[in-house]
Design a protein. Structure first.
Length: 307
């Protein structure tokens, strides 16, 4: 990893010794409900990696709160505490959605006086009709397929303390924005923003999404492993999509399985891998924390930014 000179490189067994948790605030059934399709994560992962990570996040939050208070003292006025925003980035199929949902649940349980919300940048993809009109449907997931100005406006409203902010709703079942449906961001103390593009630097904008983050996390793994996980997840999707004719994957599920898998391999090579190499991996060195995954989705190393 080229960025390792800027990071403390911490093996899993060292990391788990930095904080000794009491009772894990999560049951196995809850964990099973949180994890994404085909993702593998155990209660030991929660105890060894994620609970210590939550307490490190708490240290960042205390520093953030102290600075906000100091600003108020300097200005001789009350300064409202803005939401603490955590950005989570990484490749398709690397497990960042599981990480985001798990952190949301753990932070909510561990810090009971804090309200925690989670949004994904999928909601800021342009609708498929717009992508088709612009001729970039095959670039879905690339920087130009997102309405980054809208996402930046939303994060600015969050930091400004605006209540009940509507954001578009995305459905992975239909692979598109759900017209007329929204989710609401309602003045959380902590907002988690998850997506492949959260650390990217669009060329034509003066303000970046990451400017609003108080902490950023990159979920990392060798691209060959991610490809394996992507194809395994695709097969799992086919095993369930045949039950629902409205599901985006239905035609692949009821059709020739070899042809469907060949299509998925092509999508990985020409879209997801290209996006990963050209736009996602180059942002890894901007993260405050890198969670590195090895075989079987196990986090074996954590990289913590030195400065």
């Amino acid at each position: 990893m080229n960025e390792r000179g800027n990071y403390f490189r911490i093996a899993r067994d060292q990391w788990q010794d930095f904080y000794t948790p009491g009772n894990t605030p999560l049951t196995q059934a809850e964990l099973d409900n949180i994890k994404s399709l085909n993702d593998r994560i155990s209660m030991k992962d929660v105890t060894d990696v994620y609970v210590p990570l939550c307490h490190l996040i708490h240290l960042y939050m205390k520093d953030f709160e102290s600075l906000t208070l100091s600003k108020g003292l300097f200005l001789h006025r009350y300064v409202k505490m803005p939401p603490f925003i955590i950005g989570i980035a990484g490749s398709v199929a690397v497990g960042k959605s599981t990480t985001a949902r798990l952190l949301q649940t753990l932070l909510d349980r561990l810090f009971k006086h804090q309200t925690v919300q989670l949004i994904t940048t999928d909601g800021f993809l342009y609708p498929n009709a717009v992508l088709e009109e612009r001729g970039i449907m095959d670039r879905k997931g690339f920087p130009e397929s997102y309405d980054m100005e809208k996402l930046i406006d939303v994060l600015n409203e969050v930091k400004s303390g605006k209540e009940n902010i509507p954001i578009p709703k995305y459905s992975h079942d239909v692979y598109d924005i759900v017209e007329g449906e929204h989710e609401l961001i309602d003045s959380p103390d902590i907002l988690i923003v998850e997506g492949i593009n959260t650390l990217q630097l669009p060329a034509n904008q003066q303000i970046y999404v990451s400017d609003f983050f108080d902490l950023s996390i990159f979920v990392d793994a060798d691209p060959k492993l991610v490809e394996k996980w992507y194809l395994e997840r695709f097969e799992s999707l086919l095993d369930t999509a045949f039950k629902d004719p409205d599901n985006y994957y239905y035609d692949y599920a009821v059709g020739d399985r070899k042809a469907a898998l060949a299509m998925a391999e092509d999508v990985w090579k020409n879209i997801n891998l290209k996006n990963l190499e050209e736009y996602i991996l180059p942002t890894r060195g901007r993260a405050d924390i890198i969670l590195h995954k090895a075989k079987h989705h196990i986090i074996d190393e954590i990289f913590l930014r030195k400065y």
